[in-house]
Design a protein around this ligand. Structure first.
Ligand SMILES: N[C@@H](CCC(=O)N[C@@H](CS)C(=O)NCC(=O)O)C(=O)O
Length: 402
């Protein structure tokens, strides 16, 4: 097999983070149709039904966007998207985490609270994925059945309570305006070359906010330069040169980073706290960590509420800090000076008391026994969708297998 398989969907938030990298690196790939059985087949191999997944040319399947991007960087290094200088690398990772977490809020709001305007995705494309070979007029009928289930799953994850929505809108418009200013001066986030940070922001800014009819109109009106960037990312013209010289962060990116550090930083602090509590409550290191460790307080403008805390985000922060810890002393100093200059250090250095690890796409205490938990939790599905008849929903048991 000389082509990579990309299990993805055009309207999928996380798939849209990987696709620009595949295109920029000119990697040959196919997107298989979601014909019946594909979810259970993929689940059997990876223990996850989440999208996207890639099957490498060696037949290995990888889930998780960040790991997929790392894999593509390592194995297709020619057109690198990972900055090598320490400040730009750290900033890219911060943006990557923010795109994985905070940006889910505007993305979910502008898709699910404007379903009629977004009818094409809500009432056609989800069915297209489930029954790609059926006649087109049957799709809305099927969508009427599956869309509410998908919507419910995402509403639960996003926690889109009503009094929160005006603050999300205010926040998002402000963010878009700032990004529009940035893209009036630079082609990409870090200068004249796309990075993993650009790829990550494509998740929300293409798959939902730059593609669903309602938010797309907003983007075109408020931030046409952002829309042009979305198009550039999806269709690279390969005229790019390099990131800013001397590890510089563009002036116009700083106000955006201020928003990111503040809001994602506070959110991650809550996630780390809840993950620490979850880890402390374990009766056995082999216990499977819950996908959401709980809920943490969250403030945005006038709104204060509780938001679900996803264990995955604690792992992303741990991964980012491991990368930072591995920097040489002089590089670390440069990063520290940069973060301290803007008062961001406290919002960056957020650490778990005990490490966590990922085994068969689930999270465990760092001391868990890999072979044992892999075997025991083989069929546990923590995803929102069905993984076929052999899978069982998330459980918190800790039983020994014989
Ligand atoms: N951490 C995963 C998240 C992937 C994810 O949530 N994908 C969505 C589709 S865009 C999905 O599969 N949702 C169903 C679920 O989370 O159970 C990644 O980075 O790939």
């Amino acid at each position: 097999m000389d082509q990579l398989k990309f299990f993805a969907q055009e309207a999928s938030f996380f798939s849209a983070m990987v696709r620009p990298m595949l295109r920029y690196k000119k990697i040959s790939y196919i997107e298989p149709l979601y014909i019946k059985g594909i979810f259970s087949d993929v689940f059997r191999k990876t223990g996850s039904v989440q999208m996207p997944q890639i099957e490498t040319t060696q037949g290995v399947i990888i889930q998780d966007t960040t790991l997929i991007c790392d894999y593509l960087e390592d194995n297709y290094p020619e057109k690198s998207m990972l900055p090598t200088s320490p400040i730009q690398l750290t900033v890219s990772r911060i943006i990557q985490e923010f795109a994985n977490d905070f940006m889910i809020l505007p993305a979910m709001h502008y898709r699910w609270n404007f379903k009629l305007t977004n009818w094409k995705i809500c009432y056609y494309e989800f069915a297209q994925m489930a029954i790609p070979r059926y006649l087109f007029f049957l799709k809305p009928i099927v969508a009427a059945n599956i869309t509410p289930k998908i919507e419910m799953a995402y509403r639960k994850m996003g926690g889109l309570d009503k009094d929160f929505l005006p603050e999300i809108e205010k926040w998002y418009l402000n963010f878009l305006e700032k990004l529009n200013v940035h893209f009036s001066h630079h082609k990409y986030l870090l200068g004249n070359k796309p990075s993993i940070a650009d790829c990550a922001l494509m998740g929300p800014l293409y798959a939902h906010l730059g593609r669903d009819a309602y938010p797309k109109k907003i983007m075109l009106r408020v931030a046409p330069k952002v829309y042009q960037w979305v198009r550039r990312m999806n269709d690279p013209d390969h005229s790019d040169t390099d990131y800013m010289i001397n590890d510089t962060i563009p002036e116009t990116l700083l106000p955006i980073l201020e928003l990111i550090f503040k809001h994602q930083g506070e959110k991650t602090a809550g996630i780390i706290k809840k993950t620490n509590e979850h880890l402390e409550s374990l009766t056995d290191v082999n216990q499977l960590l819950r996908r959401f460790s709980g809920k943490a307080e969250f403030r945005l403008g006038q709104y204060t509420g509780m938001r679900p805390t996803e264990t995955h985000i604690a792992w992303l922060r741990q991964k980012m800090l491991t990368e930072y810890d591995a920097l040489g002393e002089s590089e670390k100093k440069l990063v520290n000076n940069f973060l301290e200059k803007y008062n961001w250090m406290q919002l960056f250095d957020l650490r778990l008391k005990k490490g966590i690890k990922r085994i068969r796409n689930k999270y465990y205490h760092i001391d868990a026994d890999n072979d044992f938990v892999e075997k025991r939790d083989m069929n546990i599905n923590q995803g929102a969708f069905s993984a076929g008849k052999n899978s069982s929903r998330e459980v918190r048991t800790n039983k020994k297998v014989n």
